[in-house]
Design a protein around this ligand. Structure first.
Ligand SMILES: NC(=O)c1ccc[n+]([C@@H]2O[C@H](COP(=O)([O-])OP(=O)(O)OC[C@H]3O[C@@H](n4cnc5c(N)ncnc54)[C@H](O)[C@@H]3O)[C@@H](O)[C@H]2O)c1
Length: 250
C-alpha cells in the first residue's frame, strides 16, 4: 500500500489508457499525482474519481501539451506548489499513425516526432531541476517494442520510439550523479484507445505474433512502471523493460 508513500508524480498523457492505469496504481501506493494531458475533461473526470475514492486530494488534473515548454513549466510548478515537490516523471503521452516512410508527409512526421520524441526531452529537461531540489528522482520514459524492432509501417512512430530508448540511456548517464534514475519501458500490444485505429481482427492478428498470443491490459504495463518508480528499483537505471508477452523474444 505504501510503496510510493510521500512521493509526487507527474504523468503525461495520464488521463486515459496506460497513463490512467498508472495514476490509479500510484495513488493506491500512497503517491500524489499530477495528471497532465491535452484531454482536459477526461483528466478532470479521472482526478474526481481518484480523489473521491481516496477521500482527499491526491490527484490534480492539469492541461499539459508535451510539445510546449510553457505547459511543462506550469506542470512542474503545480507539483511543487500543490504537492511540495516532484519525485517521479512518467513520460507516457504518445500518438501513433501507421503510415510507412513513403506515405508519411512532413506535417505527419513532425506531429509524431514532436509529441513522442521532443515531448520526452522537454519533460526531462524541465522536471530534472525540481528533482534535484528533492535530491533524487525516477523518470520512466514510455517507448514501445516499435522502438526496438521494425514493422514495415508506422515510420515516424518507430523513429520517435527508438529515439526515446537511446535518449533514456543518455539521460541515465547524465543524471546518475544527481541520484535521478532514468529507464525506458517498451510495451507490446496493449488494449487502450490508441489501438482503436485497428479493427478487432487486425489487432488480434498483431497480438497473436507474441508467444502469449494476446493483448495486455494497461495495468500489466503499469505494474512495471510502478516498480521503476519505487525505491525498490534503486540500482536500476539506463535499462529497457520489455512488456510484450514475448513479442520481441522470437
Ligand atoms: N497501446 C499500445 O499498444 C502501445 C504499445 C506500445 C507503446 N505504447 C505507448 O504507450 C503510451 C501510452 O499510450 P496508450 O496506449 O495509453 O494510448 P492512449 O491513446 O490511450 O493514451 C495516450 C495519452 O496521451 C495523450 N496525449 C497525446 N498527445 C498529447 C500531448 N501533445 N500532450 C499531452 N498528452 C498527449 C492522450 O490524450 C492520451 O491520454 C504512449 O506513449 C504509446 O505510444 C502504446
Amino acid at each position: 500500500m505504501d510503496r510510493l508513500k510521500g512521493k509526487v508524480a507527474l504523468i503525461s498523457g495520464g488521463a486515459r489508457g496506460q497513463g490512467a492505469a498508472e495514476t490509479k496504481l500510484f495513488v493506491n501506493e500512497g503517491a500524489r499525482v499530477v495528471i497532465g494531458d491535452v484531454l482536459d475533461g477526461e483528466a478532470r473526470k479521472l482526478a474526481d474519481e481518484v480523489n473521491q475514492k481516496a477521500g482527499s486530494r491526491v490527484a490534480l488534473p492539469l492541461h499539459l501539451d508535451v510539445t510546449r515548454a510553457d505547459d511543462w513549466r506550469k506542470a512542474v510548478d503545480a507539483c511543487e506548489r500543490e504537492f511540495g515537490g516532484l519525485d517521479i516523471l512518467v513520460n507516457n503521452a504518445g500518438i501513433l499513425n501507421t503510415k510507412g516512410i513513403g506515405d508519411t508527409n512532413e506535417e505527419e512526421w513532425d506531429a509524431i516526432i514532436n509529441v513522442n520524441q521532443k515531448g520526452v526531452w522537454l519533460g526531462m529537461k524541465i522536471a530534472v531541476p525540481a528533482m534535484k531540489r528533492r535530491g533524487a528522482g525516477s523518470i520512466i520514459n514510455i517507448s514501445s517494442i516499435y522502438g526496438l524492432i521494425g514493422s514495415g509501417g508506422s515510420a515516424a512512430y518507430h523513429a520517435s520510439k527508438g529515439a526515446v530508448r537511446i535518449l533514456t540511456k543518455t539521460a541515465a548517464v547524465e543524471y546518475a550523479a544527481d541520484n535521478i534514475r532514468v529507464n525506458s519501458v517498451h510495451p507490446g500490444v496493449i488494449k487502450t484507445p490508441m489501438v482503436d485505429i485497428f479493427e478487432e481482427r487486425e489487432l488480434d492478428a498483431i497480438a497473436a505474433l507474441a508467444p502469449m498470443k494476446r493483448a495486455a491490459r494497461p495495468e500489466e504495463v503499469g505494474y512495471v512502471v510502478l516498480f521503476l518508480a519505487t525505491d525498490e528499483a534503486s540500482f536500476v537505471t539506463g535499462a529497457e523493460y520489455v512488456v510484450d508477452g514475448g513479442y520481441t523474444a522470437v
